[in-house]
Design a binder for this molecule. Structure first.
Ligand SMILES: Cc1cc2nc3c(=O)[nH]c(=O)nc-3n(C[C@H](O)[C@H](O)[C@H](O)COP(=O)(O)OP(=O)(O)OC[C@H]3O[C@@H](n4cnc5c(N)ncnc54)[C@H](O)[C@@H]3O)c2cc1C
Length: 534
């Protein structure tokens, strides 16, 4: 039986590639809903059409069992899954592919590979499953290296140990979401961390990027679930102590969580896990007014109700997803618990939302609109490829903001994005928003936009839109990213956002752990030259 291969240029498996007809249906539907006009069809790239540069380094015999230089491996480790990644892949431009792709199985293997990197003056790129949407794994590393080695962690994918008493599990960093959940399920446990990219992203990638899961409150980021880490650095292996909490100085884990492969390769983690939830309730609450919807979520959290989910979706996003005619915004709210029923909590939450003008269906009856939205959400990464085939720009950006600024912030960002799309493309675009995560002090607005493009100018057009949106996020008090990470694409804003002294401190840490600056150059710590978009 042949193994199912992931697309080397896109989302999911090769057998999940849309046909031209599928793509046409998707683009026609979007045209009907938004008026955006497609260009002519461009088919996705095939491997035989791609000219990869010759590998600049040969593989020593002692490492040949760990290293691949096949076209498929090099091409499939060139790009992540951002809009500019797709544009370059569709243009068949894989000129910046890595020279070698390695598949270690142990920490010792990784130390050997790091040593090889030093011998041949290579940049080293840690790789989970390549779902980065911010240029995190792209070999855009400047010109001081003679080679690029990508280290793919997916052969280190086991749940190694479960401590049921402390409810924690030791898991290898290369485990994909479904692999680690399958390993935990046998013991009735779950990590309960479900990013939209769950199926095609790894534990190590989540920790390295501080990913945000689906459960929108309480533990939205992976950070709180990490108990301890093993990280392989060029200086040696760093292992933190398993502790439920510790006041012993700055946390070694917090240094690595979010370091995006710039300080070391995370190889395993003890993770806090949960019992499988037995009791669940969800509801959809409709609002006429965005501000009221936001206030209702804030009230729930500040009252300590902590729903497992409280996700606002604006009326336009509802309309595009086929949930409604754009006549109301919705908040999807959910509670779950492994020990006790959640009906009382749900009733209290609904009461609270009703006080803010929310309207909901009959208690206890399943509201299908949440399912419709969820299905649209899950299929979105595939449909996006159909839109790109027909020249429609489809991209997202996300941020966070405190409740006191939310209303102006949301309006301002939407307006700036709509204006820049019109200026750049000459046509009105389409911008929608949802709030993916919620806290007692604020929320995480997530914007999706669609725009027409001029063939051959997609990258320039995208750069202008991205720059205007990024600038607007920062000047209105938000962050350049709430959970998509920094990568290479967000560096210009990250450098502006973080305190200068903090940037200098990180550089000093990098100089210590990675003295030859080989690990993911240009990510988190800038290259010598100014960072820029692809
Ligand atoms: C369709 C789609 C939906 C998404 N939804 C979400 C979402 O809901 N929430 C969210 O947070 N993100 C989301 N993302 C972004 C992406 O999935 C996350 O950033 C994810 O954490 C990356 O995991 P990965 O294993 O694919 O890592 P990669 O993309 O391979 O790598 C990401 C970064 O982490 C580093 N890295 C990877 N593994 C290791 C390791 N073991 N040690 C050290 N560094 C490492 C890489 O060098 C790179 O800088 C989405 C992306 C897509 C395409």
């Amino acid at each position: 039986m042949t193994q199912r291969r992931l697309k080397f240029w896109g989302w999911g498996y090769e057998d999940q590639t849309l046909t031209e007809d599928d793509s046409l249906m998707i683009v026609k539907r979007l045209n009907k809903l938004t008026g955006l006009q497609p260009n002519s069809y461009l088919s996705p790239p095939s491997l035989s059409e791609i000219n990869l540069p010759k590998p600049r380094s040969s593989v020593p015999n002692r490492l040949s069992h760990l290293v691949s230089q096949t076209d498929y491996d090099r091409a499939s480790h060139t790009y992540g899954k951002s809009y500019p990644d797709y544009i370059r892949a569709f243009a068949k431009d894989f000129s910046c592919c890595p020279d070698s792709v390695c598949f270690p199985e142990t920490n010792e293997n990784i130390l050997e590979l790091l040593e090889w990197g030093s011998e041949i003056n290579a940049a080293i790129i840690p790789f989970g499953c390549g779902s980065s949407v911010v240029g995190g794994i792209e070999p855009r590393v400047g010109d001081k290296f003679s080679s690029v080695i990508t280290i793919d962690m997916r052969k280190m994918n086991q749940v190694l140990e479960i401590d049921k008493t402390s409810r924690a599990a030791r898991i290898q960093a290369g485990a994909l979401g479904p692999q680690l959940e399958a390993g935990l399920k046998k013991s009735g446990l779950t990590l309960r961390h479900f990013p939209q990219s769950f199926e095609f992203s790894t534990l190590g990638g989540w920790i390295a990027t501080r990913s945000g899961g689906h459960f929108a409150t309480l533990y939205p980021h992976i950070d709180e679930l990490v108990e301890s880490l093993v990280t392989v650095t060029p200086k040696g292996v760093m292992e933190s102590r398993r502790l439920p909490g510790s006041g012993a100085g700055p946390s070694p884990d917090r240094l690595i969580i979010g370091s995006e492969g710039s300080l070391g390769l995370i190889t395993e983690a003890w993770m806090r896990v949960h019992s499988k939830p037995e009791f669940r309730k969800s509801a959809v609450v409709r609002f006429k007014n965005i501000e009221a919807a936001g206030q209702s979520i804030r009230s729930l959290l500040q009252a300590g109700l902590w729903p497992s989910n409280a996700r606002f979706v604006d009326s336009e996003e509802c309309r595009l997803a086929g949930v409604n005619k754009g006549d109301y915004h919705m908040v999807v709210i959910g509670f779950e618990n492994s020990e006790q029923p959640v009906d009382t909590l749900m009733n209290k939450a609904l009461e609270c939302m009703e006080d803010h003008g929310g309207v909901f269906g009959i208690a206890g009856e399943r509201d299908k609109t949440a399912d419709i939205w969820r299905n649209a959400f899950i299929s979105a990464p595939f449909k996006r490829e159909g839109l790109i085939s027909y020249g429609i720009m489809h991209d997202t950006f996300e941020t966070s903001i405190t409740w006191d600024k939310l209303s102006d912030f949301h309006e301002n960002i939407k307006l700036v994005t709509e204006q820049v799309i019109k200026e750049v493309t000459g046509k009105p675009g389409h911008v929608t928003c949802r709030f993916t995560h919620a806290y007692t002090d604020g929320t995480a607005p997530y914007f999706t936009f669609h725009a027409e493009t001029k063939p051959g100018q997609e990258l320039e057009q995208w750069r202008e839109i991205k720059t205007a949106a990024g600038d607007a996020l920062l000047s209105a008090g938000g962050t350049i990213t709430h959970h998509h990470a920094v990568g290479r694409d967000h560096m210009p804003w990250y450098e502006r956002q973080r305190p200068q002294l903090f940037g200098g401190s990180l550089k000093a840490v990098k100089n210590y752990l990675d003295p030859e600056s080989r690990l993911n150059p240009g990510v988190i710590i800038p290259l010598d030259k100014e960072s820029s978009l692809p």
